[in-house]
Design a protein around this ligand. Structure first.
Ligand code: FAD
Length: 411
């Protein structure tokens, strides 16, 4: 079997990325790459060829034990960085996705569950559920999407009511496309508490442990790519949790969700970069070795066009992704961060798809054949990226909406 996976030596960040990242950031990239090469790379075959969730879990546990799931929580982090933040979580995501996309999905879910627990949970709830997610021993899941509600998350049908007699919240609803659905330990569930108000003022977020009676997992989906990832349905039927499991304020869930989406999109942008750069390296390696018509493939002008387009788009995606991460670390949040985060997500995920597609084209038959390396895997794995965490179309609404604040987009 020919190995079309890029060599480690060739896989270096571009000059543009060096421009954005500090010496400490670059040293962290080296540190994290070394750790992931020994802890995650040996698991990648089991994930891709056996669809093995336990290998993904083993990788997440190693990342957690190394302290990397605490990068966004400076008060808990104990590693080498003087100022840890989203920049470093994005580097982690990029490097993990370059090895296998399944790792990034689980890192993203862990941080998206940890964020509201860290910021909005009551102290006793935080103490119970946060440490396990951050050390990688427990798995988190985010429950927003429903059969009738994806992009239009404000239209969700899941209902949450307060039962004063028992001092509990009661959840009834059906969520789909939930990453880690049946394998999670802790669920962050969004539902409507005030029917009379718009969702922006009537949505609430709760922490729900898996063992709670009334939770079931009717189906696991089969996807294009993303092997090893467990994504499925979660049903809540009269699920009761203590009043203290409330995150933030009653009817304050929409704001928590928007805050989560902002950084989740930036982390996903990092993963898209990891996929795009891996594809690019495979394409350039191939173009410099494969001979057609008596010459290296890379000598053909039509191939130069593909390489130049990939290269330019990757650098643009790097700039826009790490700018967004740096803005978050500088304190930008909420509406102010929505546009840069959406621009990063749109640019990077579309770049990942473009590069994976063009790499297949540069490789010809080798690109679409499992026997000849990872090009076909990257092609499959990249396709969900412009859909998850808000589609490209929704990202465009966020961007244009910020550019034309006086206009209400016709959704
Ligand atoms: C692999 C995977 C993992 C996921 N993990 C999670 C998870 O952990 N938790 C979770 O809650 N959700 C998760 N999701 C769901 C994901 O967030 C949704 O799929 C996404 O938000 C799109 O929603 P939808 O699939 O219902 O598509 P729809 O909202 O039905 O949209 C379909 C298409 O129409 C477009 N469209 C919709 N409305 C408009 C409009 N007004 N104008 C123009 N175009 C429009 C969309 O952009 C899209 O192209 C996951 C999805 C996938 C595929």
């Amino acid at each position: 079997m020919k190995d079309a996976t890029p060599s480690d030596a060739a896989y270096v960040p571009s000059a543009l990325q060096d421009f954005l990242l500090s010496d400490e950031d670059r040293a962290f990239r080296t540190e994290v790459r070394g750790m992931l090469a020994s802890a995650l790379a040996p698991l990648a075959d089991r994930i891709e060829n056996q669809d093995d969730w336990s290998a993904v879990k083993q990788g997440i546990r190693a990342i957690g034990e190394a302290g990397y799931l605490k990068l966004m929580f400076a008060d808990l982090y104990r590693g080498s960085l003087s100022r840890p933040g989203l920049t470093h979580a994005t580097i982690l995501s990029e490097e993990a996705a370059a090895i296998n996309y399944a790792f990034e999905t689980t890192i993203g879910s862990a941080l998206s569950a940890a964020y509201p627990l860290h910021k909005h949970a009551r102290p006793e709830v935080r103490e119970r559920y946060l440490p396990g997610i951050l050390d990688g021993s427990e798995i988190g899941a985010i429950c927003v999407t429903e059969p009738d509600v994806g992009s239009d998350s404000a239209g969700m049908k899941t209902r949450i009511r307060y039962d004063g007699a028992t001092d509990e919240w009661v959840i009834d609803g059906f969520k789909r496309y939930i990453s880690n659905a049946s394998v999670a330990d802790t669920y962050i569930v969004y539902g409507i508490t005030d029917d009379a108000a718009p969702a922006q003022k009537g949505m609430t977020a709760l922490v729900v442990p898996k063992e709670t009676p009334g939770i079931s997992f009717p189906r696991r989906y089969t996807f294009v790519g993303r092997r090893g990832c467990v994504v499925g349905e979660v049903r809540f039927e009269g699920v009761r949790v203590p009043a203290a499991n409330l995150l933030g304020d009653v009817n304050g869930g929409f704001r928590i969700m928007l805050g989560m989406f902002n950084f989740e999109r930036i982390i996903l942008s990092g993963a898209a970069l990891g996929v795009a750069r891996t594809a690019f390296q495979i394409a350039t390696d191939h173009a410099q070795t494969r001979v057609t018509f008596g010459q290296k493939l890379g000598c053909k002008q039509l191939v130069w066009d593909m390489i130049a387009q990939m290269s330019s788009r990757i650098d643009a995606a790097e700039l826009i992704t790490y700018r967004a991460a740096k803005l978050y670390d500088a304190g930008l949040s909420g509406k102010d961060l929505a546009k840069p985060a959406a621009m990063a997500k749109l640019t990077s995920t579309e770049t990942a798809c473009f590069c994976a597609d063009r790499t297949v084209q540069v490789l010809g038959g080798d690109g679409i054949t499992k026997e000849y390396g990872r090009a076909e895997q990257l092609f499959r794995d990249s396709r969900a990226m412009p859909i998850v965490a808000g589609t490209s179309e929704m990202a465009k609404y966020l961007i244009a909406g910020a550019d034309m604040p006086a206009l209400k987009p016709n959704l």
